[in-house]
Design a binder for this molecule. Structure first.
Ligand SMILES: [Zn+2]
Length: 298
């Protein structure tokens, strides 16, 4: 049921007192997994973080506004970095993309073991209006959803009920990924807050629900919502060959030529999308111009 395009659906529920968002990020997680060659548990950890980041991005004011999320825990998977913008273009990586861990006692992927239970979640939000906002909170469980709930409560003073999930097949393919966010409006009634807390308990198996019903099915079945504002979410990196070339230029001619001699070519790697930009002898010569012109390449 999940779509080829990832989407976020937003609407108000509980008589306008609770903001509801349902995300189907299956396509986004699939693309991320393809680029990084993610193992199931690394895919679940990074996929959940990307889904939560997409939700945060949906609140950005302009398309040019940007957001950087890092989850630094003491787990075996290492640091997770995700960035996105107001256009809902996201990219991200995890330090150990091919981590293998035994499943938890209940058979689920051990995301907490991958992320770690000690550490921090940091959000840097740049609205392009001067100093970026930086919020940090301590990790609670390393399962990501609870950690983002803690972040919203402590750093943004917004209690937020969150469910996140990534379903991976035996063959290591993403079958469904998404999130449900219930955020009571400021000054919401006790009933509205209780509504959010109660509703979220329906989604302990969210990834299977996404795979079966899609985001639209969840909206209809659990919230009676027939239509909601929808926006597309996509994997898009900000790297380019031009940016890679300027990184080579910044090395200076001497170091670049030395490296070229040693390695045969210069590779500039983008961690976010796992792309190598390669520069051979001809490329280097073209970049720095003719040798006898004595160009200042500082
Ligand atoms: Zn890239």
């Amino acid at each position: 049921m999940q779509k080829e395009v990832s989407k976020i659906y937003k609407t108000l529920v509980a008589e306008g007192e609770v903001s509801l968002a349902v995300l189907d990020t299956t396509a986004l997680v699939k693309e991320t997994a393809r680029r990084h060659g993610l193992s199931p548990v690394s895919m679940a950890a990074l996929g959940r973080t990307m889904t939560a980041t997409a939700y945060l991005c949906s609140w950005l004011k302009g398309e040019e506004s940007s957001l950087y999320v890092t989850v630094s825990g003491d787990g075996a998977g290492g640091k997770i970095s995700v960035s996105g913008d107001g256009a809902l273009h996201l990219r991200g990586n995890i330090a150990v993309p091919d981590l293998v861990l035994p499943p938890r006692a209940d058979g689920k992927l051990d995301v907490g073991g991958c992320v770690g239970r000690k550490g921090t979640l940091t959000v840097v939000r740049d609205d392009g209006e001067g100093i970026p906002f930086v919020g940090t909170s301590e990790l609670l469980t390393g399962e990501i959803a609870e950690d983002f709930s803690a972040y919203f409560l402590t750093s943004e003073q917004r209690p937020t009920a969150i469910a996140l999930g990534v379903l991976v097949s035996r063959e290591g393919e993403c079958l469904g990924a998404g999130g449900v966010f219930l955020q009571p409006m400021p000054a919401a009634s006790e009933e509205a807050i209780a509504f959010a807390e109660q509703k979220i308990t329906n989604f302990s198996n969210l990834s299977s629900l996404i795979a079966e019903k899609g985001a639209e099915g969840i909206l209809k079945e659990y919230f009676g919502v027939e239509s909601a504002e929808a926006r597309e979410i996509s994997f898009r990196c900000r790297c380019s060959r031009e940016k890679a070339a300027s990184a080579v230029l910044s090395m200076g001619r001497e170091d670049a030529e030395k490296l070229l001699e040693e390695a045969g070519e210069i590779a500039v790697h983008c961690h976010d999308c796992n792309t190598d930009y390669l520069f051979g002898a001809e490329d280097i010569a073209a970049l720095f111009g003719k040798k006898d012109t004595k160009k200042d390449t500082k």
